[in-house]
Design a protein around this ligand. Structure first.
Ligand code: COA
Length: 261
């Protein structure tokens, strides 16, 4: 089935997913969220895809939040909770994918837009990006994970500052508080995101997926249990055909050719 609210393009082993409702600053309506979730599952099933870049269409926005016209029509608390959970399904699909997802923030990443970006493995932003959780301006709270992922990324104080004042921060401020990992000129954003995605795609796919799992699962538990998880992941990956190829290639002073096995 074709996508109507996103674009999915390929550049070798890298898939670029573009949120594509530029007239509404790529606001996340139900249809778009459903398509992002479906795209993540379809890309995951395609073994030739090794990394994903997610960005917004146009020059103004990654995504300016959940679609406010849909929020304004929520009939009751149950429907609102269901809405939050549909956002959680999308962020879950990203976070639990075998595929690393680099978020390329090309302008406003507000509300649900920032929450989507925070589910990625890391974020790079264009110099003109503005990041914020302005939900309180609308009399609501962050519902796609913002009240939980933001404090985990930037610490409680900065998260409270952003979630309680609703004030957006600049790309440089986001870099200072570890909300983004890199800031680049707007024209260089997509190329830089793809460059990093291709570096990741050149590594052993099993090692990349295991690293992602170890990070995300480990963050949910105490250090002792997390180290157990790491040892289990290491145990599986270190005896794979890819590990044999990687170590042999090093000793033979040649480039490794990983197969994801
Ligand atoms: N939901 C639905 N539509 C949105 C939207 C959202 N979250 N954000 C922007 N849009 C729409 C606007 O309604 C406008 O549509 P129109 O041209 O049909 O009137 C269009 O996108 C362009 O937005 P506009 O407000 O005119 O652009 P701007 O440059 O003046 O302001 C923002 C940009 C991002 C500051 C402003 O759009 C904004 O505050 N958006 C809402 C942010 C928000 O609260 N997000 C959290 C939602 S939970």
């Amino acid at each position: 089935m074709p996508y109507e609210n996103i674009l999915v393009e390929r550049d070798g082993p890298v898939a670029v997913v573009t949120l594509n409702r530029p007239k509404a600053l790529n606001a996340l309506n139900e249809a778009l969220l459903g398509e992002v979730e479906r795209a993540m599952h379809e890309l995951e099933a395609d073994r030739s895809v090794l990394a994903v870049v997610m960005t917004g269409s146009g020059e103004k926005a990654f995504a300016a939040g959940a679609d406010i016209s849909e929020l304004a029509r929520l009939p009751d608390a149950a429907a609102a909770t269901t809405k939050a959970k549909s956002g959680h399904r999308v962020t879950h699909a990203i976070e639990h994918s075998r595929l690393p997802v680099i978020m390329a923030i090309n302008g406003y990443a507000l509300g649900g837009g920032l929450e989507l970006a925070m589910a990625g493995d890391f974020r790079i932003a264009s110099q003109n990006a503005k990041l914020g959780q302005p939900e309180v301006n609308l009399g609501i709270i962050a519902g796609f994970g913002g009240s939980q992922r933001l404090p985990r990324l930037v610490g409680q104080g900065m998260a409270s500052y952003m979630l309680l004042t609703g004030e957006p921060i600049s790309a440089d401020e986001a870099k200072q508080c570890n909300l983004v990992e890199k800031v680049v000129e707007p024209g260089a954003l997509l190329d830089e995101a793809k460059r990093l995605a291709k570096i990741i795609a050149s590594k052993g796919p099993l090692a990349i997926a295991a690293t992602k799992r170890a990070i995300h699962k480990g963050l949910q538990t105490d250090l002792h249990s997390a180290l157990e998880l790491e040892a289990e992941e290491f145990g599986k990956v270190a005896v794979s055909a890819d590990a044999k190829e990687g170590t042999t290639a090093f000793l033979e002073k040649r480039q490794a050719a990983f197969k994801g096995e």
